[in-house]
Design a protein around this ligand. Sequence first.
Ligand SMILES: Cc1cc2nc3c(=O)[nH]c(=O)nc-3n(C[C@H](O)[C@H](O)[C@H](O)COP(=O)(O)OP(=O)(O)OC[C@H]3O[C@@H](n4cnc5c(N)ncnc54)[C@H](O)[C@@H]3O)c2cc1C
Length: 399
Amino acid sequence: MTCGYGSPRTPLPNEVDVAIVGGGIMGLSTAYHLARQSYLRIAVIEASYLAAGASGRNGGGVRMQWSDPDNVELMMESLRICRGLTQELGINTWFRQGGYLFLARTEAQAEQLEANAVMHRSLGAPTRLVSADAARDIVPELDTSGVVVASFNPMDAVVFPWPFLWGYAARATAMGVAVRTHTPVERIEPATATYHLHLASGERLEADTVVMATGAYGHRLNRTLGIELPNRPHRHEILSTAPLKPFFDPLVVDLSTGLYASQSTRGEVVAGVTMGAPDFHARADEIDLSSSLAFLERIGRALTRVFPRLGGVSVLRQWAGPYDFSPDGDPIVGPSPGHPKVIQMCGFTGHGFMMGPAVGRIVARYIATGESHRLLERWSPSRFADGGVRKRREVMIIG
Ligand SMILES: Cc1cc2nc3c(=O)[nH]c(=O)nc-3n(C[C@H](O)[C@H](O)[C@H](O)COP(=O)(O)OP(=O)(O)OC[C@H]3O[C@@H](n4cnc5c(N)ncnc54)[C@H](O)[C@@H]3O)c2cc1C
């Protein structure tokens, strides 16, 4: 029996044109777009349930406020797609466009927001700088002491991540994609012009093209092909509070602490905070998803500094998921060195969910037609071959 959201019992053919490993936002968005524009035989193989990875654990923030013009343009496109997805996929994604409000407390942060706003407007994104007082007009309960300036973009949004996965999976299934869950791919073996995927179930799947949409979890499987990538997992914690009467619309980011907080339609405040930088010497396949008291302490301070009224609120739930860091902050997407038919999609740090709808389309087009995209050049897995890493300055919420 098969089910629209994938099932451990979905029958798999012996051969497909494209095998997608990983049923997170990247794998499922790619499968959906590929099925829409081609007659290729496609299978998605997920080790666990569909929302098991970072795609089921994230804050659902979707913004066009970036420091890099390529990212702004990508996210303008992704937001456009997200806005129509409830209708396109036939499932409520709880897309709510309350904006993002970034708070700067230092001159350097203020300069960055100012430069961003100028660049955003030149690209057609309606970001504007607002004074601390004007920020309080947008979020009346904000404590803005120490805030130099803020930036606001009313088109930025928050979504509920799970329906994205269910919607993409259901639509892909309806178009003939086999979505198999609870089936780890243990090993990939190159054959003549194809690849053999060995599944934990004992089955073997032959594929012309393999998409590694395995997020932070791909190292062990990549190594079976001799592929080593420099991305590293890093635990990122997050919480939701008991529900409160709605009192703010935008997702608020405090650049000094890395705090981000939004209020869901049920009234819960969903928030995370920077805990520390990633360790690029850490083991690539050890992923810590425990919850810590240190996080509760730090977020308690950061959250009540911005929203003093949250001092007495109860925490309903605390959890963690893997951020997937690449050394230069850019994702790692495209053909693998030495294996051009193995397409990587990883290294999305803490913003892969918002990019997934647009990136899945770009990768699907590349597989279906061979048409490249400037981001595929920039994000190429081969860029690390000479050991060189160029860092870029970006508005990121790290660790
Ligand atoms: C706490 C937290 C908050 C975040 N907040 C935001 C946010 O607000 N906005 C935003 O845009 N992003 C956010 N992110 C980042 C975002 O969630 C990720 O960048 C994105 O979900 C990555 O998607 P993915 O499909 O690449 O990986 P995943 O969702 O991790 O999917 C990879 C899948 O591959 C499967 N897999 C791995 N190995 C195998 C194998 N061998 N065989 C079969 N299957 C395999 C895994 O089980 C997993 O389901 C956040 C992340 C975290 C952890």
